[in-house]
Write a protein that binds this ligand. Structure first.
Ligand code: PLP
Length: 392
């Protein structure tokens, strides 16, 4: 066995995204104990930064010690008790995962299904919530499998108007588009470290409202998950007058996550969101000049996840292999019904940059030309110059 040396890739898929050297260096610092006073200070700063970026000043915010799926699992396992009615919106892969978890928690699940590539239909959801007493509404704000944004404000309102709690998947949205937990009245929001926050994968920030915390305290049965039991977790992350051991926190991962949050707050959340929007506009201009089109109409598109329709006669895998082999560039393929039909190009966190937009379009243009789909590379370069300004 030898030390592992990863190839140097440009990561422009649906996540993980690239990680800044400052974050990697932070992770390489010496470990301390998980109850060390210095570490407790770092934990407090992370909690405060999460309140800022979820825009939930009064929610309890912590990073869970596992990837985005753990936020989903924690939200569902804490709120759903056997027999509870749960309305779950599915318009892509991740809504389906939420529904399956709610079933496993013993919930009576009603699914509101929308076509992949379209947002969740708020009217259908409202009607389904009103059909019978509903405890929880769960939906995905930014569907990474299709590149679609749903109207989180309207969906959370539909839940709270009916006295239901809301779970909002913000794995792909947080840091890339506006997330306004308190403004929406969202009860639980969760995300992942490896997308627009641009940290390594393996952590899931979560925000829990007092209303949700009360519902958890009043459960008749303990949550089906021990690791993600909110009450137990908070004895480590909050513990008035002294914290106690619950699990050994991923110390060095949290150093890196802290640094990624420092960088985001230095840039300013609004500036980061504007950067994602601007880079998306530039990429879209390049795609149009290349003769490529988007799966999703402009009004519902996510800037950080660009689902591009694969032209007829072009083989998905051959292009992605060329990009990886010749350019060290990773983009994503389609999932489920969209397999072979779309490419998913991420502009997340560090990769929402002019360099990445130009690099991706240059690589894709050459790969497509080599495979017989004619791309006017000069027209693409001109469109990018127009959108981004001429490179120095
Ligand atoms: N929810 C959404 C919308 C996602 O895009 C993902 C991952 O891509 C997840 C949940 C699961 O996150 P993870 O893969 O970090 O467990």
């Amino acid at each position: 066995m030898k030390s592992f040396e990863p190839p140097r890739r440009v990561l422009m898929g649906p996540g993980p995204t690239e990680v800044h050297q400052r974050v990697l260096s932070a992770q390489a610092m010496p470990a301390v104990g998980h109850l060390d006073p210095a570490f407790l200070d770092l934990m407090e700063e992370i909690k405060q930064a999460l309140r800022t970026i979820f825009r939930t000043p009064d929610h309890a915010c912590v990073p869970l010690p596992a990837p985005g799926t753990s936020g989903m699992e924690a939200a569902v396992m804490n709120l759903v008790e056997p027999g509870d009615r749960v309305v779950v919106c599915t318009n892509g892969v991740f809504g389906g995962r939420l529904a399956e978890m709610a079933r496993r928690a013993g919930g009576e699940v009603a699914v509101v299904d929308d076509q992949w590539g379209t947002p969740v239909d708020v009217e259908k959801v409202t009607a389904e919530i009103e059909r019978a007493p509903t405890k929880v509404l769960a939906f995905v704000h930014a569907e990474t499998s299709t590149g679609v944004r749903s109207d989180a404000a309207a969906l959370c309102r539909a839940a709270s108007d009916a006295g239901a709690l809301s779970i909002v998947d913000c794995v792909t949205s947080l840091g890339g588009i506006e997330v306004d937990g308190a403004g929406w009245g969202a009860d639980i929001l969760y995300s992942g470290s490896q997308k627009c926050l641009s940290a390594p994968s393996g952590l899931s920030p979560i925000a829990i409202s007092e209303r949700a915390a009360k519902a958890i305290r009043e459960r008749k049965t303990p949550p089906h998950s021990w690791l993600f039991d909110f009450g137990l977790l908070m004895s480590y992350w909050d513990g008035e007058g002294g914290r106690s051991y619950h699990h050994t926190a991923p110390i060095n991962a949290l150093y890196g996550f802290h640094e990624a949050l420092v960088m985001l707050i230095e840039e300013g959340l609004d500036n980061a969101i504007a950067r994602h929007a601007n880079m998306h506009r530039a990429l879209a201009a390049g795609m149009e000049a290349a003769g490529l089109s988007y799966l999703v109409p402009a009004a519902n598109r996510l800037p950080q996840l660009n689902a591009i329709v694969i032209p007829d006669g072009i083989d998905d895998a051959r292009i992605r292999n060329r990009l990886l082999r010749d350019w060290n560039l990773e983009i994503g393929g389609g999932l489920g019904d969209l397999k072979g039909k779309v490419w998913r190009i991420g502009l997340m966190g560090a990769t929402a940059s002019p360099w990445h937009v130009r690099f991706c379009m240059a690589a894709l243009g050459q790969a497509l030309n080599a495979e017989g789909f004619k791309v006017d590379e000069a027209a693409v370069a001109a469109a990018l110059d127009e959108a981004l300004g001429k490179p120095n």
